[in-house]
Design a binder for this molecule. Structure first.
Ligand SMILES: CC(C)(C)S(=O)(=O)N[C@@H](Cc1ccccc1)C(=O)N[C@@H](Cc1c[nH]c[nH+]1)C(=O)N[C@@H](CC1CCCCC1)C(O)(O)C(F)(F)C(=O)NCCN1CCOCC1
Length: 331
């Protein structure tokens, strides 16, 4: 089988995150979930949450689904890189994404969410697309939607075609030739850390020379920005008038009117250029003349992350075959 679903930006002005409609249970309950290749838990706002922690989000009520089954004695608890987190209990139920159904998928029902989830009313939960080794359900960890679907997929892949300020798509089980141009360049994935970790072959700032250098990082649909080694990031902002690394804003900022260079990264012999517009991420506060960069240093993060700012400059194939690989193509 195959599936195809829209990835819709949650904010009209800046691509902070993308959500995809997912139907759960019988009769179907539809939630807007953030597909996240940087984690491996499928969790949702649920009827088990105190109403004080729900502010406009859709919830999944397992007791309203005839196919829901409690996974007795199991719980989960997750903390993300930005300090947000959630925890709760676990049910299994049918989950459908873009026409692709997985029966008895572990649905982790939130009983508590951190304040940043409560205030983000466009995200009703997450679908983890990382490796199932990262799943936090205890005492028995659970498989991701992709791992559960894999044996029924025409091909054991999912693809991300994220777009700048418009809806893109996540496809499961097939590679849509209409979504990319030229060839797909595949490189090996090290799944040991549980992420889609792959080697980049180097970078260039604007029209400058390409610097060959092997950079290990993760392809992370759940992270908004790109986080790379400080040497690369300082080389980039050296080309931006008035750029400073602001302690108060927690990263590189610059006058919104600045002309930004593009940023090119290598995957094998292929080169992908992130347009300057993607790298002018957003004003630090609404209406401010100071803007926050889409490229930031990974020194505070501990891992290099190719987030949405990079992913939306390409068509990306997450190949869950044995061994796993990741493919990048222009579009
Ligand atoms: C708006 C912004 C200033 C650009 S932001 O940085 O806040 N954007 C957030 C995403 C977001 C969107 C909308 C509303 C709120 C938050 C962002 O990029 N967060 C990253 C920042 C980061 C990463 N690393 C250090 N900092 C993150 O935590 N991303 C995780 C998913 C997020 C979590 C908050 C809600 C939206 C989805 C992530 O899963 O991609 C992750 F990989 F970074 C991560 O934290 N993975 C958790 C891995 N653990 C390992 C142990 O086992 C359990 C799983």
């Amino acid at each position: 089988g195959t599936g195809s679903a829209a990835a819709v930006p949650i904010n009209a002005d800046f691509d902070i995150a993308y959500v995809t409609p997912v139907t759960l249970g019988t009769p179907p309950q539809t939630l807007q979930l953030d597909f996240d290749s940087g984690s491996s838990d499928l969790w949702v706002f649920s009827s088990h949450l105190p109403t004080s922690q729900i502010r406009g989000q859709q919830i999944y009520a397992p007791n309203k689904s005839s196919t829901a089954k409690l996974l007795d004695g199991h719980s989960w608890s997750i903390t993300y890189g930005d300090g947000s987190g959630s925890r709760g209990n676990v049910y299994t139920d049918n989950v459908t994404v873009g026409g692709l159904t997985v029966g008895s998928q572990a649905i982790e029902c939130a009983q508590q969410v951190s304040s940043s989830f409560t205030t983000e009313d466009h995200i009703d939960g997450l679908v983890g697309l990382g490796f199932s080794t990262l799943n936090t359900v205890s005492p028995k960890s659970q498989l991701t939607f992709f791992d559960n679907a894999k044996s029924n997929l025409d091909s054991p892949v999912f693809t991300a075609d994220l777009k700048y300020k418009q809806a893109g798509t996540y496809d499961f089980g097939f590679i849509d030739e209409a979504k990319y141009t030229g060839e797909i360049t595949y490189v090996p994935v090290n799944s040991d850390p549980g992420y889609w970790t792959f080697p980049s072959s180097g970078y260039a700032v604007g029209s400058g020379n390409f610097t060959a250098s092997s950079i290990s990082g993760i392809a992370d649909t759940g992270t908004s920005l790109v986080y790379l080694p400080t040497a690369i990031v300082t080389a980039y902002y050296r080309q931006v008038q008035g750029a400073t690394n602001s302690r108060s804003y927690g990263g590189y900022v610059f006058p919104c009117a600045s002309t930004l260079p593009t940023f090119t990264f290598g995957v094998g012999a292929a080169r992908f250029t992130i347009p300057a517009a993607y790298l002018n991420y957003a004003p630090v506060t609404p209406g401010s003349a100071t803007c926050f960069g889409g490229l930031q240093s990974s020194s505070g993060v501990g891992i290099n992350i190719w987030g949405d700012v990079a992913l939306k400059a390409a068509f990306v194939v997450f190949n869950g075959g044995n061994p796993p690989t990741i493919g990048w193509a222009a579009k």
